[in-house]
Design a protein around this ligand. Structure first.
Ligand code: TYD
Length: 206
């Protein structure tokens, strides 16, 4: 039995907080938990992340896709698979659904060539047992990004994208949810943090 859970959602949906609280709760039950993220769950991945998010050398969409997949392959083999083998729970902030939403859907790469086998190749059979999708309206997401900016947090490359881009990301997550209702749990991210956390705890399959 593997305990691999991903957390997904548009930018500023609050998934990192939910991931941390879920990890703390599982540890209280005596479980070993690894909290990790994509991009940037390995040393190499952190370098890839820096390149991807700094905006210093903006990649073309095709290159951006390969960079996310490179990060994922390294992360799966170096970190996720070994942790799962040791019986740990792995909670990952973003995974392949983000690539489907941001690169294939929002960047519009999903035409002509079937890229899904490549996504599966990078996963190496490591598919989340459950995915918590924090569904937040685009307006709320943009507001939260703005607040973060006002607090002096640096913008990332994706925060500057257009409304249409964020709408496409949202639509893609919606489709992923509809196509995978057994794996993906949809959570209304406009609810208070504690309410969402309660829903997560009730949905987790041990
Ligand atoms: P991060 O700071 O982790 O954003 P957030 O706090 O919103 O999760 O930055 C990750 C960014 O990378 C985020 O905007 C989504 C994007 N991303 C992709 O475009 N494709 C992917 O496959 C992944 C994993 C992330």
């Amino acid at each position: 039995m593997h305990h691999f859970i991903s957390f997904e959602g548009g930018d500023g949906c609050g998934k990192s907080t939910q991931l941390q609280q879920t990890a703390a709760w599982l540890r209280q039950q005596g479980q070993q938990v690894l909290e990790t993220k994509q991009p940037g769950g390995t040393g190499l991945g952190l370098e890839i992340r820096r390149l991807l998010l700094s905006g210093e050398f903006p990649p073309v969409s095709e290159c951006e896709l390969f960079m996310f997949l490179a990060d994922r392959a390294q992360h799966v083999k170096e970190v996720i698979q070994p942790a799962l083998k040791q019986g740990q729970w792995v909670l990952c902030d973003r995974y392949s659904d983000s690539t489907l939403a941001y690169q294939l859907a929002a960047r519009g790469l999903d035409c002509g060539v079937n890229l899904r086998p490549m996504l599966a190749f990078a996963e190496m059979g490591c598919v989340p047992k459950q995915t918590f999708w924090l569904d937040v309206s685009i307006e709320t997401a943009l507001l939260r990004i703005k607040k973060r900016q006002q607090k002096g947090e640096k913008n990332n490359h994706f925060d500057d994208e257009t409304m249409t881009f964020h709408q496409r990301v949202h639509q893609a997550f919606e489709s992923i949810y509809i196509e995978n209702t057994t794996r993906v749990v949809r959570l209304d991210a406009s609810q208070p943090i504690e309410v969402i956390q309660q829903q997560i705890r009730q949905s987790i399959i041990c």
